[in-house]
Ligand binder design. Structure first.
Ligand SMILES: Cc1cc2nc3c(=O)[nH]c(=O)nc-3n(C[C@H](O)[C@H](O)[C@H](O)COP(=O)(O)OP(=O)(O)OC[C@H]3O[C@@H](n4cnc5c(N)ncnc54)[C@H](O)[C@@H]3O)c2cc1C
Length: 462
């Protein structure tokens, strides 16, 4: 390994190869402390050619590779366990903005908020938005097919990528960095790298779709009596305004523990509603948007779909509404033993999922506490099951509860991972819950592109 490190250092410069334990620490520990790893060294290439040469040198030395971006992934896939770590952080240039094509080419190490800012400077919008946007990189977001709060209107990363450049596991470069919206020339190969979690190659750049900047944005927070009412409300607001860009749901307990545990977060609804629902709207014209929202909310209250509705009067109030939603992950962490899930079901099945999963949890572990929140407009819940208050954490049947959550989601045609991915955390669950033919095809793709299992060898598959 020290020979390999020296050869790589000779190619990319000694200062760009690190083996000092202190300097490696931030790469080897996940921010929540759930995963820690080891690596002989980390290499920081600055160009696609350097990435390709590093990969060739690793292959020649029989070394395996873990690509890493911002280290914000939630399923442990970016933490090496003996593999060479290739950090893309130095590849942080925006290569091109083609505003007339509504596209932007960013290198893999560009942080998401920098892409958003660059798009805004060209009077365009890059709509991907999530709480890790000041750390997560384009390479990581592509490789996890990230979602976030605006999927309802703009889709996931998969829908926002026009082209990809990637270094393959043998060091060749896939040059698919086109800015085309239409290209029917056989298999859409770029899609293979999106959501592959670094198992098929190293993404070095992506051509991303841009949109017009919305001229008007409004945010409403509603107290809603049930998930069935929330579903009716979603469709009412979509039909009445044509402008819904986010539809986020928080169950009452999720709001209560967040207000209790996160300083400065408050509940503007004052405790009303079995569910708090945050709806964001975007439109090209301010004219008429506010009126359309107010009329639709009045009708929703008359129909019993909402008990109370608040519309943010200014950007500060909108931030207060969003702060509640964005603090929920932190809000339930101090509440003892818990298991978290990131499931999706068809949007129409969201009320059934909550009813069935809640009943299954209560049956297996009476008095269990459930925090259910997330992107209901996409059929996606972050569903955390917490130990009964005051109970012995050691007696908490977490694995059994996870099994029941996944059985409930898949029985409704859902998925065990809506947006966070499989990584090393959910490999066993993927083997259990993904259908046999899909798994066989996935393994065939991996073997075809990475026959020696060089790239992220412990990820996705057991
Ligand atoms: C607070 C917080 C909120 C979040 N909210 C959301 C959310 O709302 N929606 C959502 O979808 N996700 C969310 N996430 C997870 C988010 O998707 C990931 O954090 C992000 O996509 C990973 O980007 P990263 O640069 O940090 O990649 P890393 O964490 O470094 O890596 C993630 C994966 O991508 C691979 N990888 C990284 N770079 C490359 C590359 N250049 N080429 C090939 N493979 C690569 C890694 O090997 C690993 O498999 C959240 C995370 C946090 C911490």
């Amino acid at each position: 390994m020290s020979d390999l490190a020296s050869h790589i250092a000779a190619r990319i410069g000694a200062k760009n190869v690190i083996s000092d334990a202190e300097q490696l620490k931030p790469h080897l520990n996940e921010w929540r402390g759930r995963y820690s790893g080891r690596t002989p060294f980390a290499a920081y290439p600055g160009t696609t050619e350097e990435v390709a040469d590093i990969v060739k040198l690793c292959v020649a030395a029989g070394a395996k590779i873990t690509p890493q971006g911002g280290n914000t992934g939630l399923v442990g896939a970016q933490i090496p366990d003996g593999e060479v770590l290739i950090s893309l952080r130095r590849m942080n240039r925006i290569r091109e903005i083609d505003a007339a094509n509504d596209s932007l080419i960013a290198e893999a190490g560009v942080v998401l908020s920098n892409v958003q800012n660059a798009a805004a400077e060209s009077n365009r919008l890059f709509p991907l938005s999530l709480a890790a946007e000041h750390s997560a990189t384009i390479g990581g977001l592509v490789s996890t097919n990230a979602g976030g709060v605006h999927v309802l209107r703009y889709g996931m990363m998969r829908d926002l990528v026009l082209g990809i450049e990637a270094v393959l596991p043998d060091g060749r470069t896939f040059s698919g960095l086109k800015g085309l919206r239409k290209d029917n020339t056989g298999y859409d190969l770029k899609q293979l790298f999106i959501g592959a979690e670094g198992t098929l190659g190293i993404v070095t750049a992506a051509c991303l779709k841009l949109y017009p900047q919305p001229a008007a944005r409004e945010v409403a927070l509603l107290a809603v009596p049930s998930a069935d009412h929330a579903l009716a409300l979603l469709h009412r607001m979509k039909a009445a305004t044509g402008a819904v860009s986010a539809f986020e749901v928080m169950n009452r307990l999720s709001v209560e523990v967040t207000v209790k545990n996160v300083p400065a977060v408050r509940d503007p609804l004052g405790g009303a509603g079995a569910l708090a629902v945050l709806v964001e709207f975007e439109a090209a014209h301010a004219d008429g948007l506010r009126n359309a929202i107010e009329s639709a909310l009045t009708a929703a209250i008359e129909a019993g779909e909402a008990e109370t509705a608040l519309i943010a009067e200014n950007a500060g109030q909108a931030r207060v509404f969003w702060a509640l939603r964005e603090s929920i992950s932190a809000g339930h962490k101090p509440e003892g033993a818990q298991v978290s899930h990131d499931i999706s079901v068809p949007v129409s099945a969201t009320p059934s999922f909550l009813a069935r999963a809640n009943a299954a949890m209560e049956k297996r572990c009476p008095d269990v506490r459930i925090v259910a929140f997330g992107h209901m407009g996409d059929g996606n819940f972050h569903y955390t099951v917490m130990q009964p208050e005051g109970a012995d954490p050691a007696a908490f049947p977490g694995p059994d509860l996870t099994q029941l959550v996944y059985e409930t989601a898949t029985a409704l045609g859902g998925s065990i991972s809506a947006e966070h991915g499989i990584g090393v955390a959910r490999r066993g669950d993927l083997a259990r819950f993904k259908d046999r033919e899909s798994l066989t095809l996935m393994r065939a793709v991996k073997r075809a592109i990475d026959p020696s299992n060089v790239m992220n060898p412990r990820v996705l598959f057991e």
